[in-house]
Ligand binder design. Structure first.
Ligand code: XIL
Length: 388
């Protein structure tokens, strides 16, 4: 017979046992999750390892990622990439918000982050017509623009001399027909401003590489303009180390022949060739001609956003093939192509969800919204000869 005390004890024991059992099961479950997570993080190949004898593999990273607040992205960034480009935080409007005010906090953090994780920083960018600080956007006086130009390049480039691997010194200076874009810099400083930008950058940052970066410069006319520009810089005795082809293309429409021709023609100038902002969007384009001009925005109805509830397999396969074809080409020219950088980490973080039409659901990168590798990731990995 059980008396009250032993019953009480028995109840307690049962309670205890249940409690311990629950605890035990929870511990096992959570450990399995942690191990599972680790295993899944480790079990996918690493892009940077896979292509380590070929070219650098980069990603554009945002402020949250630089500060390591995006923990899931953090795992992938460290595992997959050996180069980083700040998506926004080194652009003039952020790093130089007022005449005598520079805001270096995040750029300093980026440099420290890259150093700790053995990554090369491509600093983006020094001179660009877009994302300019409000105080100089509509500047009328040529003298003031010149002051801004010299001060900005000298101050920013010298602070990070040798701390960043490279600079996009001038970004997007060309029109589609290869002529110079009618930017505030062209208007106020004249056509030599590009050579001058490189000259100033060379002086301020002798230990970092200097690049020209643009979109659509794989296209014949714009490419010819870029070649002319690069030759002009070289003829002036000013250093230019490479050219960045941005690579904002559409998955079903990658201009492979133009890209191959560009790699050949740019490398014939004795400079590195890079793919600096790669993403292969899958959504309809509101215009007939391709552009990556950030100021060219459009409105769209739901027909312009067909995959809001998920990407069909067929489209996913088209994208996977397009990425594989591109990487095969990059590998063919691995002695010339020095870096391939994706413009973002996962699909949900891509600028193409909001450009050129705001609020769409695009799928341009190798990792999905849950940071899982997509078929395009596997197809890229499978192009490599030294697969991990
Ligand atoms: C984009 C960023 O991804 C966006 O977050 C920002 O709102 C606009 O600029 N070409 C470039 C990049 O050189 O700097 C642009 O980045 C994309 C097009």
């Amino acid at each position: 017979m059980l008396n009250a005390t032993s019953m009480n004890l028995n109840l307690k024991t049962t309670h205890m046992t249940k409690y311990s059992l629950t605890l035990f099961v929870s511990i096992i479950f959570f450990s399995a999750c942690i191990v599972g997570k680790k295993v899944s993080a480790q079990s996918i190949p690493s892009l940077k390892e896979t292509f380590k004898n070929d070219f650098l593999i980069g990603a554009a990273i945002n402020a949250e990622q630089i500060e390591e607040k995006d923990t899931a992205a953090d795992v992938l960034i460290k595992q997959q990439f050996n180069a980083v480009t700040p998506e926004n935080i080194m652009k003039a409007e952020i790093i130089h918000p007022a005449w005598n005010t520079y805001s270096f906090d995040l750029a300093d953090k980026l440099v420290a982050f890259a150093q700790q994780n053995d990554m090369k920083v491509n600093a983006h960018n020094l001179i660009w017509h877009s994302q300019l600080p409000a105080f100089m956007r509509n500047m009328q006086s040529a003298d003031s623009v010149r002051q801004y130009f010299e001060h900005h390049i000298t101050t920013v480039a010298s602070r990070y001399d040798g701390k960043v691997y490279s600079w996009d010194v001038v970004n997007e200076a060309l029109n589609e027909d290869g002529t110079l874009r009618n930017s505030i810099f062209l208007q106020k400083l004249g056509p030599d401003y590009i050579v001058e930008a490189f000259r100033l950058a060379q002086k301020a940052s002798p230990h970092s590489k200097l690049y020209y970066n643009d979109y659509n410069i794989e296209q014949p006319k714009k490419r010819a303009g870029a070649i002319e520009l690069i030759k002009k810089i070289q003829a002036a005795g000013v250093r230019i180390d490479g050219v960045g082809i941005q690579g904002h293309w559409r998955a079903g429409n990658v201009p492979l022949n133009d890209i191959e021709e560009s790699i050949k023609e740019f490398s014939a100038l004795g400079i590195e060739v890079m793919f600096t902002e790669l993403d292969l969007g899958v959504l309809p384009n509101p215009w007939d001609n391709a552009t990556a001009d950030v100021s060219a925005t459009s409105k769209g109805d739901s027909t312009m956003n067909p995959y809001a509830n998920g990407l069909p397999d067929s489209v996913e396969q088209i994208q996977a093939k397009a990425y594989a074809d591109l990487f095969k080409l990059f590998l063919k020219y691995k002695n010339t192509v020095s870096r391939v950088t994706f413009w973002g980490v996962n699909d949900g973080q891509s600028w193409l969800n909001d450009w050129p039409i705001h609020g769409r659901t695009n799928y341009p990168l190798l990792f999905d919204r849950n940071f899982q590798p997509k078929p395009a990731f596997n197809s890229v990995i499978s192009t490599a000869s030294n697969q991990q």
